[in-house]
Design a protein around this ligand. Sequence first.
Ligand code: ATP
Ligand code: MG
Length: 585
Amino acid sequence: MTHYHDGETCFQNRQEKIEKKNVTNKEANQETAKPLNFIREIVEDDLRTSKYGGKVQTRFPPEPNGYLHIGHAKSICLNFGIARDYSGLCNLRFDDTNPTKEEMEYVESIKEDVLWLGFDWQDREYYTSDYFDKLYEYALQLIKQGKAYVCDLTADEMRQYRGTLTEPGKESPYRNRSIEDNIELFEKMRKGEFPDTSRTLRAKIDMASPNVNMRDPVMYRILHAGHHRTGDKWRVYPTYDWAHGQSDSIERITHSICTLEFEDHRPLYDWFIEQLEIHHPQQIEFARLNLSYTVMSKRKLLQLVEERIVNGWDDPRMPTITGLRRRGYTPEAIRYFADRIGVSKRETIIDVSLLEDSLRQDLNKRAPRAMAVLRPVKVVIDNYPNDRVEELEAVNNPEDPGMGTRKIPFSNVLYIEQDDFREVPPPKYFRLSPGKEVRLRYAYIIKCHDVVKDSKTGEIIEIHCTYDPETKSGGSQSQRKVKGTIHWVSAQHAVDAEVRVYDRLFRVEDPNGDEWKSFINPDSLEVLKNCKLERGLVNVTQQERFQFERLGYFCVDPDSRKDRVIFNRTVTLRDTWAKIEKAGA
Ligand code: ATP
Ligand code: MG
């Protein structure tokens, strides 16, 4: 059996990583030109007018304080996609200005996820902390220009002075310190001569500005904390507002693409750059991705992990890239999803079914079919010789004849789904029931005669049938039609497996707000321990994906071992069987 294998697994080592990267980058590069959106229009205009000398330079700037999620994937596809399509470059920059919340674990996971998505920053792996010296110099420059000052107001006082959206703020009593005093105090702040939060460095702009961000924003705060890259060198750390725009400028970013909440910060970023007279990137804002039935805030995702509501960042129910990967998502499906949602200036909630549909479209073309019985019940075919085994031909993927066929064993004892048999069938039930016929996929038509029940529990333990030898699939006499076709697995050849059936993690479409945890779906994971898979799945390897006929798409979990095969349900089928299921319910 030729298994679908794209190989973007949890990478074992760097070497393997690099090989995979080349494969996926090639794939990402082969994708066809994207439809224009407002950001691409701006980029094309700038290329036409040679605004940045015909260059396109973007960046993806994650803060290494959590794992990447599907929202970040939108930003990654956007930034790397634009660079790719306009012969530009895209940097990976870790926005590591906050020493207390950041960890190397996150840095590594972010790199792995970007590579897996099929994008490559090559040697342009940057850190805001690499620019701490430069940023400090820039700050001194502003102080010398009389555009920044050391302020002794406490955080509370600063809040009181700031005013509101309708009232102007008040100027700090420290606002008019001399340049010399400011230089000296700022130096002392840097050296750690003052306690945490006792002083800040602030830009001197306009306390009456209608834009609150322009009311003398903080550029540096004192923090006696080590940093994961600069160690104990710094006792002052730049704020995001001070660091972000200058970092973009230092990297000579042309189009600084960010989410809408930074629109009101743009005048501030422009102001800094104009005072410093340095390279001026164009900031462009777009609406962040929100998905139904999903929380996306890093804080909430961290809570899910820390409170063990899920089994880690890579739990297949998580919207993290690593979770989606373990769930069986492909990078192609995620890139396709990103193309389909496009970009806009208005926040909406995208239906999670669009993400699932993008995955189905990809897997439908590529995932080989297999038969698997998740909740088995035994079928005994009384008129089939019990020492006989037939090898029947099954199609690997009806969407792709190139994927060929395989042999599946048929014998007198089989497993079918409990659901595919009803002792008392409801109306329009076309599966198996006493006295009724059903076709076994790739095999024969069988008819049920009898059931054997457990004398104590009344549970059905065996369904006795006869088969019609004239109805072999593909055979010359197989034309006889019956309404239902069901899947099955030969009992003596079956591979035992555990299957983890995942459902949405939240019960409601919009699980946000303070009560978000009360919306958690208590049935988001069902572990089925007694599943039976067709013989060919005996040697599956990590992350292989299959369509189990009639059931959905499934992938091998990284916990899977030779003697303990474990599959995850990736996504259900949006299937032709849905009607039958409904009718049968
Ligand atoms: P934080 O609140 O910790 O800043 P964040 O979600 O903004 O969280 P970052 O690491 O700063 O996380 O994000 C990196 C980049 O990804 C940013 O450019 C941000 O705009 C983008 N991004 C984050 N979330 C989304 C989202 N839901 N949709 C699109 N882009 C996003
Ligand atoms: Mg952010």
